[in-house]
Design a protein around this ligand. Structure first.
Ligand code: PXP
Length: 250
């Protein structure tokens, strides 16, 4: 196989650098600096999630991060009119649409594409026309994968949060059931012409079996890497994640 088919891209999500900054209300630590460091540590892309409540990334962070790096930017956002206008104004390389509830601590569950297909089709059209690669953050579920293809997404990002929770709980049977769902969803997505990404809750202990899913071309990883950076530095944390991902692909 060529490198194109085996290289698994690592998108580094820098949201929680902004979480730390916002805790004090000043300018440090700077998410754009984190993006530059991630780039020099070998990240293939930078992911940032502009939430409706601006709890971490803020509007000004998007152009600052886009200016700071040359690698592709993946903007995660809810499918609202406000966010669509921001994406169209800044034109990041990719837009990942996910569900968002104010009361949740992080993105819980995937987008219900099947239930919102007509609206999402209309929502995606101008984003694609502006050149963005549109990704939908979904549970590893056949109906959601099929609906994603129907509404015109180019990419699906499979939510691996349930898998990560079962790993943390030491529930091997539930973890394996979830892994089987992820393998099946990835295969179906590729069959339908979708590029397949995955993310949420990945860390050094659980990334291997996910990185081994052959159809995956990108993982987006944030919270664990930023936490690990407190102990070993951001570059070292990213390099180790890269190493673990490569090992799974040998
Ligand atoms: N991918 C998507 C679509 C997400 O919403 C998130 C969390 O913002 C991530 C990846 C990264 O998850 P984590 O921070 O748990 O690594």
């Amino acid at each position: 196989m060529t490198r194109e088919t085996t290289h698994l891209r690592l998108g580094v999500n820098i949201d929680h650098v902004a979480t730390l900054r916002n805790a004090r209300g000043g300018a440090d630590p700077d998410p754009a600096r984190a993006a530059m460091l991630a780039q020099s540590a070998g990240a293939d892309g930078i992911t940032l999630h502009l939430r409706e409540d601006r709890r971490h990334i803020r509007d000004a962070d998007l152009p600052a991060v886009m200016d700071a790096v040359q690698i592709p930017i993946n903007l995660e956002m809810a499918a609202t009119q406000e966010m669509q206008a921001i994406a169209l104004a800044h034109r990041p390389h990719a837009v990942c649409l996910g569900p968002e509830r104010r009361e949740e601590r992080t993105t819980e569950g995937g987008l219900n594409v099947a239930a919102d297909a007509n609206r999402l089709r209309d929502y995606i059209t101008p984003l694609r026309a502006a050149g963005a690669r549109v990704s939908l953050f979904i549970a590893p579920d056949e109906a959601q994968v099929e609906a994603s293809a129907r509404v015109g997404a180019q990419v699906v990002e499979l939510h691996v949060g349930a898998y990560a929770e079962f790993c943390a709980a030491g529930d091997d049977a539930a973890r394996d059931t979830e892994l089987r769902k992820l393998f099946a969803a990835a295969a179906l997505a590729q069959e339908l012409g979708l590029e397949v990404h995955a993310g949420h809750g990945l860390n050094f202990a659980n990334v291997g079996p996910i990185a081994a899913i052959p159809e995956l071309v990108e993982l987006n990883i944030g919270h664990f890497l930023i936490g690990e950076a407190v102990f070993v530095g951001l570059e070292a944390a990213i390099r180790e994640m890269r190493r673990q991902m490569n090992l799974a692909r040998l």
